[in-house]
Ligand binder design. Structure first.
Ligand code: SF4
Ligand code: SF4
Length: 222
């Protein structure tokens, strides 16, 4: 699923400072599952903004509405009549949903309240680990179903770097070496010949898989 995290509150407040009547639009799909942009989070953010603006002596009317999927025209149609009444919209969807909302209502400022992090799996409550960077050229068929773009810190396509160390990545010792895991998986499937296939290198910068733990949740102890 697509995972996201809420923007810093001051940034959201700054984006909203000149608007008096705002509709906060949540999304009931990925961002609701990853606890950042569903109905509950819309209510919490709206209450926080309302309170902060009251304290600043600059009151705001902010209403919340969560659509089933913000990246789907069918669900955005529900907002058509509502939107007229507001100066601006907040979107708590992923970057795709935010852009789709902005496209449907081009006369209204659409302000993002979340930062989209990537495509991830749910490891435990509130803890998400990236597994795909949408590279548009999937090599999982050759790598035993393990993504070297996301899981290898150097995004290598043709086997491990010189820093691989007993199964750990040289960039981060708690991170397994992706190519060690790919080797193990292919060995198990009797497909080691895949390692002989040469893939052209990409210009990836150093990176490790991004993980996101929502505030209030923590990584379970091993
Ligand atoms: S290779 Fe990795 S980043 Fe590219 S599409 Fe496949 S899983 Fe996603
Ligand atoms: S050690 Fe790290 S950077 Fe090197 S191949 Fe393994 S995962 Fe990639």
């Amino acid at each position: 699923m697509i995972v996201a995290k809420r923007k810093p509150f001051d940034e959201i407040k700054e984006l909203l400072k000149s608007y008096k009547k705002v509709l906060n639009v949540g999304c009931g799909t990925c961002v609701a599952v990853c606890l950042v942009g569903g109905e509950k989070e819309v209510a919490v953010l709206s209450a926080e903004i309302e309170m902060a603006r009251k304290l600043d002596d600059n009151p705001i009317q902010i209403d919340g509405y969560t659509v089933e999927r913000q990246c789907d025209r069918e669900y955005l149609a529900e907002l058509d009549e509502m939107v007229e009444k507001y100066d601006a919209l907040i979107s708590m969807a992923c970057g795709v949903g935010i852009q789709f909302l902005a496209e449907r209502f081009p006369d209204k400022p659409v302000l993002p309240a979340v930062d989209t992090s990537g495509l991830a799996v749910n490891q435990a409550a509130g803890w998400y680990e990236e597994r795909c960077r949408s590279c548009s050229s999937c090599v999982l068929g050759w790598t035993g179903g393990i993504c070297p773009v996301t899981m290898c810190a150097k995004g290598l396509y043709n086997g491990p770097c010189g820093g691989t160390n007993k199964g750990s990545c040289e960039i981060h010792k708690d991170q397994p070496c992706a190519w060690y895991k790919i080797y193990e998986r292919l060995l198990r499937q009797n497909r080691l010949e895949n390692l002989m296939r040469v893939h052209p290198a990409n210009d990836w910068k150093d990176q490790t898989p991004r993980t996101l733990i929502q505030p209030g949740y923590k990584k379970p102890e091993n």
